[in-house]
Ligand binder design. Structure first.
Ligand code: ZN
Ligand code: ZN
Ligand code: ZN
Ligand code: ZN
Length: 426
């Protein structure tokens, strides 16, 4: 493409990597990605019935059960409850080794089979209590980590604990034994991951019992009760219902027989959404042909403010672009007094001009994940006019995928990203 060659040859394209620290980056990227993307342990046949059987007869079993019971009681303190992810409190009754509570959430048909004196999955339930996460008490679906004393934690809970510790400027500790925990000190426990994936779980739609490793595929593609939308949703049909009713609904759905005039409004709203998205990408393409473009691979490091109540903020080292010095700052949950007390987390950031400009500089800028980071961020352009008297852009939202993504960044040692700046022609 012409545009690209022109950009690199004739135009000012600034790139300084000195402000990033590439030597530390791979370790961070490696550890976070291993925590979040993992091979499905489902296909492994290693945890057969005999393996799990011998596990239960180990002497450590009873003490693990005691630990789990202790952790459950410690969870009732308000501070530890506040630090839990929202969804975990509702999940905590599902599989915690307590037969009675487990039975209560089972469909009636299941209950009668599992409560008999020789119930076949008694062992499975006991194992569920042993292999569950020490924080959310649920059986982990993904990576399982353990503290140096062997207490288990799912990936999401570990990330949440590390993020809370970052916000409070404390050292993260194991909720069971209070030993110090960092991402590096916690090791994966592959045996638990594999064993947990072999244990039965329930489909959230039909309640059918399946090996946990097969539940995702069942719920997404096979379950007859899974939530579906009408095939004519684009024509404005609001119907949603179980998959087995879809055929009969679509047979009688009035929307395909409506006139063009009647469905026009729903088509127009679809058009509006598409146009909105297209406008963003069009403007990015337009800016790419500007004369002055700068991009920078940066790293946010955590600092504390010097206020009486010290607050967490992030700042990059200085970098130069358009013959000026800049930094990018970020903060957690703008207006919240204590972000560690809320489950919803977000980051916002500002661009700060560190040198005094002789003439005003109008800049469009956006943040991307860049080559050293793995943040899931949507492209969103912001604009600010820097002048001699206004050197700081307002704080604007970093459009992350969700709150869990924000916690992932907070739990990491540093946050890597790429900043692209377009200077508007005068
Ligand atoms: Zn957990
Ligand atoms: Zn521990
Ligand atoms: Zn199902
Ligand atoms: Zn319909």
């Amino acid at each position: 493409m012409d545009a690209l060659t022109i950009t690199s040859q004739q135009h000012e394209l600034l790139r300084t990597t000195s402000s990033t620290n590439p030597s530390s980056s791979p370790a961070i990227v490696g550890s976070t990605s291993s925590a979040l993307s993992l091979p499905s342990p489902s296909s492994s046949p290693s945890s057969s019935a005999s393996d799990t059987g011998s596990l239960s007869s180990q002497p450590g079993t009873s003490s693990s059960l005691i630990n789990i019971v202790l952790q459950r009681s410690s969870l009732t303190s308000p501070s530890s409850l506040a630090s839990l992810p929202m969804e975990t409190s509702s999940l905590s009754i599902t599989r915690n080794g307590n037969d009675q509570e487990y039975d209560e959430i089972l469909p009636a048909s299941k209950r009668s089979r599992t409560t008999g004196p020789d119930a076949p999955d008694k062992l499975e339930r006991r194992l569920g209590g042993i292999l569950c996460c020490a924080v959310c008490m649920d059986l982990p679906n993904s990576a399982v980590f353990q503290c140096t004393n062997g207490h288990l934690m799912c990936s999401a809970c570990l990330t949440h604990l590390l993020a809370d510790a970052r916000i409070r400027d404390e050292t993260a500790t194991c909720p069971s034994c209070r030993c110090v925990m960092t991402r590096e000190m916690c090791s994966r426990n592959l045996a638990v991951e594999k064993a947990a994936s072999e244990l039965p779980g329930l489909c959230r739609y039909c309640g059918q019992e399946l090996p946990r490793s097969q539940i995702a595929v069942h719920e997404d593609e096979k379950c007859e009760d899974r939530l579906t939308i009408c095939g004519f949703a684009r024509l404005g049909c609001p119907w949603r219902g179980p998959h087995h009713e879809l055929g009969s609904h679509e047979g009688s759905c009035p929307h395909p027989n409506k006139s063009g005039r009647e469905i026009l409004s729903s088509l127009e709203s679809l058009d509006r959404q598409a146009k909105e998205e297209k406008r963003l990408y069009d403007s990015i393409f337009e800016f790419l042909s500007f004369e002055k473009i700068a991009f920078q691979d940066l790293q946010w490091k955590a600092y504390r403010t010097e206020d009486f109540i010290q607050r967490l903020f992030y700042e990059t080292s200085r970098f130069s672009a358009f013959n000026q010095q800049w930094v990018v700052k970020a903060r957690v949950n703008d207006n919240d007094k204590d972000p560690s007390q809320v489950c919803e987390r977000r980051l916002s950031y500002q661009l700060v001009l560190k040198s005094k400009p002789t003439t005003p500089i109008s800049v469009h800028y956006l943040i991307l994940k860049g080559p050293f980071g793995d943040m899931k961020v949507a492209p969103y352009l912001y604009r600010f006019d820097f002048t001699e008297t206004s050197l700081e852009s307002p704080y604007t939202l970093l459009p992350l995928k969700d709150s869990a993504e924000c916690n992932k960044l907070l739990a990491a040692k540093a946050i890597n990203f790429r900043l692209i700046m377009f200077q508007l022609p005068k």
